[in-house]
Structure formats: C-alpha cells, structure tokens
Design a protein around this ligand. Structure first.
Ligand code: LIP
Length: 264
C-alpha cells in the first residue's frame, strides 16, 4: 500500500501547480462557461482547465488510481486509491474576484463514497494567500511547516462559526433557521464561500467550528482530514434532507453541541 505521506506530497505538489494556474487565469479575466444545478451554480472555463491539469498530473504520477472530480465526473481505478478533487472551490468568489477560493485534492481508499471511504492524504491550497494546508493520516495537519491544532474549547465569548448556503433558493429558509438555532452558542458567524478553506481554518484554529448542508464530496474530502488530523472532529448526517447531508467540523469541546443544533 502506498505510504500516506507519499500521496500527501503528490497532492501538495499538484495543488500548488493547479493553484498557480487558477491565479493566472483569474488575473487574465474569468469567463463563465455554464450553470449547473441552479442558475447560481456556475462553472468557469478555469474550473475546467484546472481540473484537466490536476487529472493529467495524477495520471502521470499515479496511473491506475481512481478519480472523482467536480467538473469531469468519476473514473474507477484499479489501485484502491481514488483522488477526490474540487479544482476551484469557492467558484462564485473566484468569478467575482473575491480572493477566497481553494484547490482541494484528497486521496481516499475504499469505496469513493463519503462515509465509506478512508481519507489518507489531503492538500488545500489558497492561491490568493499562498497558503498550503496539507495532511496525511496519522501524520498531523500542517500549514506549510507549521503543525496545526483546532481550538479545543471556544472562548467564553462564544464560538466563531462558519457556514454556507445552497445554490437553490428553496433551501435558504431552512439554512437561515439553522443559523438562528446556533446563534446562542456563537460569538459571530462567517460565510466565507469556500468550504475547503472553512475546514482548513477550523484545523488552524481560525474558526471554532463550521457546518453546512448540501456540500458535495469534493467540497469536504480534503478539509475533513485536515480537521481530524488537527485533533478535531468531523461528522455527516442526512437528517431531514437525505439529498443535502449536513457536514460539521469543530474542536472536540464544541462538536457535539454544534452538531445537535445544526441537525434538522
Ligand atoms: C461551494 C462551497 C461553499 C458552498 C457553496 C458551494 P463550489 O463549492 O465551497 O461552501 O456554500 O454552495 O458548494 O461550488 O464553489 O465548488
């Protein structure tokens, strides 16, 4: 079995190259290529180009591995390793020129299905801040060479939380009701717009917790490993919306309470 740190090194190297391409394309001007699940759910030409670069590099470095990408779909592998990729997470931020987007690359083993896979390596690269978060299972979570640890307990002022809202406006009432339920334990709530960065910030202690309904597998595959390798907890649940599972990440002193409040 390939060592997790070898897969981490591959993810880290490719995430940086892909992020550099995304940053160049952003500077040149971004073209919307299409809409997907809703008119607000856009894909840019850069999303597609960056994912094609990541996919090509993975074929070069890891022939036979599986692939599950936001823009080009799934391809079964023969090695037991699958790469779960969001080429530009925070696409709407990227399209508007808001410097909060990330390249998210995870290597998983087992079925390429959330809740059934075992994440073994992760890289989340934020090109706008040149921050590369990475982890290998059993080897900790890192920002560059800095070891990361979650906030085990929120301050007496309350928890600094992050969340997000779906592209489908029909889901917004439920999302806003969820904010109302968690506010009593929060000092404030952030809506950053890039799930992979929200997870990375929980791992780095920049947020106490993050929850969102409706994330796709590629939104959380890498970030969840960053959080657990930084000593935090990650969980998913269908609850009342099996097609929009809830994901929650937080330090262990906050996780259970946040999960219970966010679940409906
Ligand atoms: C986005 C997530 C964000 C969520 C958006 C969207 P995308 O991913 O990062 O947290 O609120 O609805 O899912 O579409 O930019 O890859």
């Amino acid at each position: 079995m390939t060592d997790a740190t070898d897969l981490e090194a591959i993810a880290t190297e490719i995430a940086r190259e892909a992020g550099d391409l995304a940053r160049r394309r952003r500077a040149e001007g971004v073209a919307i290529a299409a809409t997907k699940s809703a008119i607000a759910d856009i894909v840019t030409e850069a999303d597609r180009e960056v994912e094609a670069l990541i996919r090509a590099r993975l074929v070069e470095r890891r022939p036979g591995d599986g692939f599950l990408g936001e823009e080009s779909g799934a391809e079964e592998g023969t090695t037991g390793v699958t790469w779960v990729v969001d080429p530009i997470d925070g696409t709407v931020n990227y399209a508007y020129g808001i410097p909060a987007y990330g390249v998210s690359i995870a290597a998983v083993t087992g079925p390429p299905i959330p809740g059934e896979w075992d994440a073994v390596a992760a890289a989340v690269y934020a090109p706008a801040t040149d921050e590369l978060f990475h982890a290998a299972v059993g080897h900790g979570a890192w920002l560059g060479d800095e070891r990361l640890h979650v906030n085990d307990e929120p301050s007496a002022a309350g928890a600094l939380l992050a969340t997000g809202f779906g592209y489908d406006s029909a889901t917004h009432a439920g999302d806003l009701a969820r904010v109302a339920r968690v506010m009593p334990i929060a000092r404030d709530v952030r809506r950053g717009g890039a799930a992979s960065l929200d997870f990375a910030y929980v791992a780095a202690g920049r947020l106490d917790g993050y929850y969102e309904r409706g994330l796709q597998p590629w939104d959380h595959a890498a970030g969840a490993l960053l959080v657990t390798e930084a000593g935090g907890a990650f969980g998913r649940a269908d609850g009342s919306s099996p097609h929009r599972p809830l994901t929650v990440a937080a330090g262990r002193g906050l996780f259970d309470e946040l999960f219970a409040l966010a679940l409906d």
